[in-house]
Structures are given as C-alpha cells and as structure tokens.
Design a protein around this ligand. Structure first.
Ligand SMILES: [Zn+2]
Length: 59
C-alpha cells in the first residue's frame, strides 16, 4: 500500500498586504496581516513627525 500523503498547499496564513505608513514622512512603519491591500496612515516616532503632529493638534 502506498501511504502517500498529499500535501496540498496550505495557504491558511494571511498575507501582509496592509501597510502602515507615516502620513508625514511617508515611511513604511510596518505591515498588517489584512485580507486585501490596505494602507493605514499613522505618525511615526520620528522627531520631525512628532513635532509636526504637535503643531497640527495645537491649531
Ligand atoms: Zn514620519
């Protein structure tokens, strides 16, 4: 008896299609496992970006 296991491609893991982008310097901060291509805008830890963020809030 041929005990062959058919190993079908198990693609259960989600692809990291979501990108986390800094909305000030446009640097990619990270990625998210999302079902589909998505972009999320955040403000990164860059000194300059934090300063700009402060300016926006103080408006
Ligand atoms: Zn930034």
């Amino acid at each position: 008896m041929n005990n062959e296991t058919i190993n079908g491609a198990q693609d259960n893991h989600m692809n990291d299609l979501g990108l986390i982008i800094c909305k000030i310097c446009y640097q990619v901060v990270g990625s998210l496992p999302t079902n589909g291509y998505k972009k999320m805008y955040v403000i990164c830890d860059n000194e300059n970006c934090i300063a700009i963020k402060g300016e926006i809030i103080n408006e």
